[in-house]
Design a protein around this ligand. Structure first.
Ligand code: BG6
Ligand code: MG
Length: 228
């Protein structure tokens, strides 16, 4: 892990890091799992976190040994149904759904002239950022529709640094999902895991919730880790 002084940019996941929307994704997938007769477990919910729409559907079907039961066309319509369920749940989305401390943290980064990009797998991320009135803080965004591979592949976090014209070692990525931490680590950036440290045990730094995520806490966690 490099030094805190080297850091010039922060790359954010959205759902479950900035916005309280991962619970809505989970709810909508749970509805879909019920529909196709696959049991919903905490383990399945954790596997889906951060993973793109089609990959998520495939994981659900696989967990119920149903991966060969649907044609591509039927799968596309199931994924669309999940998205409709999700959009219903987003209808009342507003600033109250920004996770504790995150607007202040992003504001602080901006005030300290760090560059900020978005590395969300969600095709709904522009809509969510808009509803939360946070677009203004982002210097760049990775469009998940342009990716060859979704999280846990490193591609989205590699691009998250490129769109800021930064090297990976100059960036910190923030994630609530195992797939996201794997992606950040594979990209050669510093990973900050937000959530259960036993689940996010591959992260360079852990915080149990967003209220602990501050520049000061990141700096001291990195210094502690490097013993400086
Ligand atoms: C991620 C969420 O940010 O985006 C996943 O953590 C979701 O739960 C994925 O499946 C894709 O989102 P969307 O909105 O494009 O279906
Ligand atoms: Mg997330």
């Amino acid at each position: 892990m490099g030094k805190f002084e080297q850091i010039k940019g922060f790359i954010f996941d959205l759902d479950g890091v900035i916005a309280n929307t991962s619970v809505y994704h989970a709810k909508a997938w749970h509805q879909l799992a019920d529909k196709v007769g696959v049991s919903w477990t905490t383990d399945l919910a954790n596997q889906l976190k951060g993973v793109g729409r089609m990959d998520s559907l495939n994981l659900i079907l696989k967990s119920g040994n149903k991966e060969n039961d649907y044609s591509d066309e039927q799968k596309a319509s199931l994924a669309e149904e999940k998205n409709d369920n999700y959009l219903q749940l987003l209808k009342s989305l507003d600033k109250s759904e920004i996770l504790p401390g995150m607007e202040k943290f992003i504001e602080d980064l901006s005030a300290h002239n760090y560059l900020i990009s978005l590395a969300s797998s969600s095709k709904n991320s522009p809509r969510v950022l808009e509803a939360l009135d946070l677009n203004k803080y982002f210097d760049a965004r990775v469009d998940p529709a342009t990716l060859k591979h979704g999280k846990p592949d490193p591609e989205i976090y590699v691009r998250g640094a490129q769109v800021l014209n930064l090297k990976p070692e100059e960036c910190i990525g923030l994630e609530d999902a195992v797939a996201g931490i794997t992606s950040i680590n594979g990209a050669g950036e510093i990973s900050v895991g937000i959530g259960d440290p036993e689940i996010l045990n591959e992260a360079d730094i852990n915080f149990k919730d967003t209220s602990e995520v501050t520049l000061e806490n990141i700096e001291s966690a990195m210094k502690r880790k490097l013993n400086v």
